[in-house]
Design a protein around this ligand. Structure first.
Ligand SMILES: *Cc1c(COP(=O)(O)O)cnc(C)c1O
Ligand code: SF4
Length: 320
């Protein structure tokens, strides 16, 4: 059972699918050298079945435009490095800390603001959480621990269980939040072993998914989301406004409706962070605001994500 998702993950990292990225028109080996192309079988299937596959390819295919380097696009646009307290722990938001639990993902999104993140120096070596646990233990204003990455669900369930057992000893930690793209891009991750672990947790459980386009919600992804819902996770979604992918109000409105059908509420819509090698994804702030305005006209308030921007050094999201 566990072998299944782990095999799919290994194959994604090897990038050797017969029908994968490397054989797509536009694939650029030099761009691939800047940030490894990684995609799962599940997502390749979803792309093949999509009525409009272009917005999905664009998120994962290395293309020549990545070699351009306009001024203002930088390796660490959100100031992660300055906020790192102990390796693998980022404390820049009040009441919550981020644990960089893993350096890898099941997909590499070309627009990722952490595409240049020095994971090798910056994430807690596997199963060595003690320094982070001590930090959290010593500060009782921290009531929420956010597992981030990379994708924290690339860790095995045993590793997650080891970490949550340590967190459970800290009384002031009430909420465990997981930021993950896995339920959507590698739904087999939400297997029986995961179910048993998640069911055993006594804290509040929140999962923030990351879906940008409705075509990502494959039947398998919907099944995984339903399972998370049954487990009692509060389910939220964040998207990034991306040129040529979801910079249309109709696309985002459809996404909100489809998420809601799965029991997921739209949470954040991020203004694209100006990360180096990804300038071709940028949408101007004026256009981003106009699209968000249209969403407010078309949707009930609870289906309109908050439009935000991450400003380096700010201890919270900044409304755009
Ligand atoms: C903003 C942000 C958070 C914290 O999110 P809140 O929902 O505002 O608490 C965590 N991780 C990343 C990567 C973020 O950008
Ligand atoms: S951290 Fe998130 S956005 Fe970045 S590559 Fe991984 S899954 Fe994609």
């Amino acid at each position: 059972m566990t072998a299944t998702w782990q095999q799919e993950l290994k194959q994604a990292l090897r990038n050797d699918h017969p029908t994968g990225l490397i054989n797509q028109p536009g694939y650029d080996p030099a761009a691939a050298g800047l940030f490894a192309p990684v995609i799962t079988d599940t997502l390749l299937q979803a792309i093949k079945q999509a009525t409009d596959p272009a917005p999905l390819w664009r998120q994962f295919l290395p293309i020549q435009a990545e070699q351009k380097n306009p001024a203002g696009y930088v390796p660490d646009p959100v100031g992660d490095a300055a906020a790192t307290q102990v390796p693998g722990l980022i404390h820049k938001y009040h009441g919550r800390v981020l644990l960089i639990a893993s350096g890898s993902c099941a997909v590499n999104c070309r627009y990722c603001f952490r595409r240049h993140f020095p994971y090798r120096q910056s994430y807690a070596p596997r199963n060595q959480w003690q320094a982070s646990i001590d930090y959290i233990q010593a500060d009782d204003s921290i009531h929420e621990v956010i597992l981030s990455g990379g994708d924290p669900l690339t860790l095995s369930t045993k590793q997650l269980a080891g970490l949550t057992a340590q967190l459970a000893t800290i009384d002031h930690v009430k909420t465990l939040r997981i930021h993950s793209r896995m339920p959507v891009v590698l739904p087999a991750r939400i297997d029986d072993e995961f179910h048993t672990w998640a069911e055993s947790l006594s804290c509040h459980k929140v999962m923030v998914l990351h879906v940008n386009h409705p075509s990502e919600l494959s039947p398998a992804a919907r099944t995984a989301i339903a399972r998370l819902r049954k487990l009692g996770f509060v389910l939220l979604n964040q998207s990034v406004m991306l040129h040529g992918i979801n910079d249309q109000a109709s696309t985002l409105a459809q996404l909100s409706h489809q998420l809601f059908e799965q029991g997921v509420l739209p949470y954040y819509l991020h203004q694209f962070d100006p990360v180096q090698n990804a300038a071709h994804f940028a949408v101007s702030p004026a256009r981003t605001r106009a699209i968000h305005q249209q969403l407010m006209q078309q949707l009930p308030g609870y289906l309109v994500p908050k439009l935000v921007q991450e400003v380096a050094g700010e201890p919270h999201k900044t409304p755009l």
